[in-house]
Design a protein around this ligand. Structure first.
Ligand code: ADP
Ligand code: ZN
Length: 740
């Protein structure tokens, strides 16, 4: 027998090894093995087994197999193969996603503890006899008797000094035995989750749940489901009802949530609803220790866990007999992995569901254009929740036009007078406030603060990016360049510029204006301590903080009934990124942030500060009109042939030397141009908007065509023949979300 093996570091090559007699029954697809490579032993995965009698005589044998059974299920090997093809990445890189590093490297092992057990019943007489010769050993027996003859040695050591030696003494007398027991490293161990029964569903919710259940029962009869439910409409109740049915059918479920909303609040909701089977609920996120991750993985692999809640990578959970995959907030960009393999977890979830014949439910208050478009063309089925649970009303959105306000009152344009008045009002009424700033929206677009004009590419309708180095405006999709205008083409104001403010600055201003308010800030910089996030949210929930200032971190999934005001400091920040999804992202963010207001008894209000009050993203968000936004945005996409009407592939070349990166990008562009068919559009190589990052100069090249696999098929042979200077690095992003 010959096994084809993807070594963990094989640079895309597959190697053949001989299966020795001793491993005949063990060499299966998905078995992890150690094999000789030159003079070393390295790890790899069997991806194919061929029975062949005439193996090449020089073929080396597999050294050993790891574990008692294949660690990777064939279904997941399939998924990895597909990823490798689609995302144009080596198979071993795709396989890396499927096994957490601790399991892959086989260095960590299960944690065990020693349990002391009575070997037989010991009566009082025997204990008194022992008392005379070994009083401490007798005391230990007493303790053990009181605990029904079974105790962990670590527990015993806490109450009795020298418990270890005493236990060995008793073992010699044949009175006790010491056994090893596997323990789970569980970050939630010791937390008590009070059972929480499902509420009576509204008629709208019941109807949706029935549809989902029908799909779970007969997944092959149904396309993927997209649940569009406004913020607070009770989507999570639908997920939990659907999981309940899945378990009832004896199957398992995966729930994907964005890392950012994998909060203690979310986990607690699921753990409480399924409190009676708490140890069957596994949680997987990036803050687990290696040991915890290892144990969570084995919990799934062994079939103990039947529900997995996790971020992006949980789409690879090794559950068997999958009945349902839920992708909450399916529009979230954090489902896209920004390093190789650059996969999108939602897309993989849809693929995995179809391969494993299970139901798939995507949910969002602001579905991605791609997914909603799929409901229009019949690829997905649309389900709707149009009302908030308990008939709470949607928040009122007020748009503050910074162009007017600045001129009118000369007020501090960062926190305008009406917003400050509203904050003051809530402080007096002891209600809570969230101030949101999308600081990550780093922007180098040219924006006129007098009229809101933004310089755009005539061919792509994207904001042009200002490059300081050579004082030019560049379109990052097609390469169009222009000189920056001396004065605003819209209104003639010479003060066309970009202004930016961070959360720290806002905190400073807020403390000055509201000296007695209790203020906290939450962003990546202030959240460096491990539990800071939990702590601040806990204090906010208990009403010990009046005003919470933050970035994306506070936009999603949080539920605080006492928040009645949300202020969006600058709605424009994300709007003028050189990205065709900028409008969509702004709409999503405004809607999601606004959804944090008015989740209790009281009416919520949202203030949106902006220089461009009439931009469609802001206007449609104001009227809570998702479908209106969709209609308008999809036309824009069609008109300029942006996805979903085309597929995009982004090539990034980086190097510590600017010329080398630039030159390599040009060479690649030239080679591609020579072979591309006319229906594939190749952009000019341009410096990336984030031109220099971590000391590396970055150049972009984009390909657009009908399908991603077509683009990859055209690209592959070119890449095989081309070679770049040593320090030039190429990365390939299929269906990119970050165009920076
Ligand atoms: P979404 O996920 O759509 O934002 P949630 O599921 O978080 O909405 O629900 C919002 C709030 O409404 C939660 O506090 C939830 O417990 C509550 N809720 C949901 N459905 C019901 C219902 N049928 N009856 C009462 N409360 C409900
Ligand atoms: Zn352009």
């Amino acid at each position: 027998m010959i096994a084809q093996i993807a070594l963990d570091s094989s640079a895309g090559k597959i190697f053949d090894y001989l299966v020795p007699e001793s491993l005949r029954n063990r060499a299966e697809i998905g078995t992890r093995v150690r094999v000789p490579l030159r003079s070393r032993l390295v790890l790899g995965t069997i991806i194919h087994v061929i029975s062949s009698e005439d193996a090449h005589p020089g073929l080396r044998p597999i050294h050993e197999a790891i574990g008692n059974s294949p660690l990777i299920r064939p279904a997941l090997i399939d998924l990895a193969r597909w990823m490798s093809e689609y995302y144009c990445t080596p198979l071993e890189v795709a396989l890396r996603c499927v096994l957490p590093v601790s399991v892959r490297e086989a260095e960590i092992s299960h944690k065990e503890r020693r349990i002391l057990k009575l070997a037989r019943t010991v009566d009082a007489e025997e204990i008194s006899a022992l008392q005379k010769i070994a009083p401490l050993q007798a005391q230990l027996l007493h303790l053990l008797n009181a605990k029904e003859g079974r105790m962990a040695l670590t527990e015993l050591s806490k109450v009795l000094r020298g418990a270890n030696a005493l236990a060995r003494g008793l073992e010699k007398r044949g009175l006790v035995c010491i056994e090893k027991e596997r323990v789970n490293r569980d970050p939630f161990a010791g937390e008590i989750f009070l059972p929480n029964a499902a509420p009576m569903l509204s008629p709208e919710q019941s109807h949706v749940l029935q549809e989902v259940i029908a799909c779970i029962r007969e997944p092959e009869q149904s396309p993927p489901l997209l649940l569009h439910g406004v913020t607070g409409s009770g989507k999570t109740e639908i997920y939990m009802g659907a999981i309940h049915e899945t378990l009832r059918l004896g199957r398992t479920a995966i729930v994907l949530v964005p890392e950012i909303s994998l909060t203690p609040q979310t986990v607690e909701r699921f753990k409480s609803r399924f409190a009676s089977i708490q140890n069957q609920v596994a949680v997987a996120h990036s803050h687990l220790s290696e040991g915890e991750r290892f144990d969570a993985w084995y919990q799934m692999h062994s079939g103990q866990a039947r529900i997995v809640i996790g971020a992006r990578s949980a789409v690879f959970s090794p559950l068997e007999n999958l009945g349902l995959i839920v992708v909450d907030e399916e529009h979230e960009n954090s489902y896209k992995q920004e390093e190789a393999p650059r996969y999108h977890a939602r897309d993989l979830a849809v693929l995995r569901a179809s391969k494993e014949k299970c139901a798939i439910l995507l949910g969002s208050a602001t579905p991605s254009l791609e997914s909603f478009f799929n409901t229009r063309i019949g690829k997905y089925r649309l389900l709707r929740l149009e009302k908030r649970a308990d008939n709470r009303s949607m928040p009122i959105m007020r748009i503050l036009d910074l162009r007017q306000l600045k001129r009118g009152s000369g007020a501090d344009s960062i926190l305008s007078a009406p917003l400050c008045a509203a904050i003051q009002d809530r402080l007096v009424r002891r209600e809570q406030i969230i101030l949101f700033l999308n600081r990550r929206g780093f922007s180098t677009a040219l924006l006129c603060t007098a009229c809101g004009y933004v310089c755009q590419c005539p061919d792509c309708s994207l904001s042009l990016t200002y490059h300081r180095a050579d004082s030019r405006l560049i379109c990052h999709l097609c390469g169009h360049t222009a000189l920056p205008p001396a004065k605003c083409p819209g209104c003639g104001d010479p003060a066309i510029r970009h202004s930016g403010t961070g959360t720290q600055k806002i905190e400073e201003i807020a403390r000055r204006i509201f000296p007695s308010a209790r203020i906290a800030r939450m962003d990546a910089d202030s959240m460096t301590r491990k539990n800071a996030y939990r702590e601040i949210l806990g204090r906010f929930k208990e009403g010990q903080i009046d005003l919470l200032i933050g970035t994306q971190m506070i936009a999603k999934g949080l539920h605080f009934p006492n928040v009645t005001l949300v202020g969006i400091v600058n709605a424009d920040l994300g709007l003028h990124l050189p990205d065709f999804r900028a409008g969509e992202r702004t709409f999503q963010l405004l809607t999601q942030v606004a959804g944090r207001a008015g989740r209790g008894e009281m009416q919520g209000e949202v203030f949106v500060q902006t220089f461009t009050p009439f931009s469609p993203s802001i206007q449609f968000a104001r009227h809570h009109d998702y479908e209106g936004f969709f209609e308008q945005e999809i036309q824009f996409r069609e008109c300029f042939r942006h996805p979903p009407f085309s597929r995009l592939l982004l090539l990034t070349l980086r190097s510590a030397h600017r010329e080398r990166a630039a030159f390599s990008a040009q060479t690649l562009a030239r080679k591609l141009r020579a072979i591309l068919p006319p229906n594939v559009i190749l952009g000019e190589p341009v410096p990336a908007p984030l031109e220099k990052a971590k000391g590396q100069f970055r150049f972009h090249l984009t390909l657009r065509g009908k399908s991603a696999s077509l683009l990859v098929r055209l690209l592959r042979p070119v890449l095989e023949k081309i070679s770049f200077p040593q320090d030039v690095h190429l990365s390939i992003d299929v269906d990119p979300y970050q165009l920076l």
